[in-house]
Design a protein around this ligand. Sequence first.
Ligand SMILES: Nc1ncnc2c1ncn2[C@@H]1O[C@H](COP(=O)(O)OP(=O)(O)OP(=O)(O)O)[C@@H](O)[C@H]1O
Ligand SMILES: [Mg+2]
Length: 262
Amino acid sequence: MISDNILKVENLYFSYNKSNDYILEKISFSLNRSEILVILGQSGCGKTTLFKNLLGLLKPQKGKIYIENEVLEPSSKKKLKRYYHKIGVLFQSGALLNSLSIYENLKLPLDENTHLSEPLKDIMINLKLKWVGLAHAKNLMPSELSGGMKKRVALVRAIILDPKILFFDEPHSGLDPIVTSDINKLILRIRDAFKISMVVITHDMNSALFLADKLLMLKDGKTHFYGTKSEFENIVKSDEYINEFVNVSTANLNNNNSNKHK
Ligand SMILES: Nc1ncnc2c1ncn2[C@@H]1O[C@H](COP(=O)(O)OP(=O)(O)OP(=O)(O)O)[C@@H](O)[C@H]1O
Ligand SMILES: [Mg+2]
């Protein structure tokens, strides 16, 4: 039987210094095909550390990560390579290569990871660029793009190899609310069209609730909340910690908006 489970984390513990001072403790969650998990929590609670564990860049001291029911083993280069063919990553900075055009930035992963013919690569790049409304920009350099356009190109690059899971660390950082909303709609469109599962780290509460099927909220490296969006919404008023987090996040957003109009 084909399992719908794409990513499963079981009882994960992680420490940077091999002591028992765990940065992450007893983290468990699972993600099915086409689901979006949003990871939330205050600065320093361990979100990026968890992200790096999920990418095989850090190795947990205890616990296991399963990708399509296969254990992720960061020490096995062969397995890691196979894993990297199944995932797409969008880092906070977007990280396009500045010396390459948009077209060349998108072609690079295809050149490095596939044996497709040149005309087929060309079709894939043009189709996906058209899909995000950037067909006209393919010969531009990254420095000639706005922040929102760069994010869209970075998104195309992250899905160019048709991944099963997309990982985003703060995809909204540095974007204004309108562009943030456009990017969120695009993220959902990509999920729906390609049935990709996604893990999204964000500080932006509106985006979290717009995107999430499930939420994981960390507090000092431990799970404060894990559940569906409606479970989260039901608990917001009664859970003091979540309530404050939501209020502060929304207040920050309003402040940023009013500053932008000054
Ligand atoms: N390379 C490292 N070596 C040692 N400690 C680290 C390292 N990277 C992060 N830490 C510590 O791990 C903790 C969690 O950091 P992490 O970057 O995962 O937080 P975060 O939730 O992503 O925060 P932010 O929202 O600010 O990005 C912090 O206390 C941080 O100081
Ligand atoms: Mg971080």
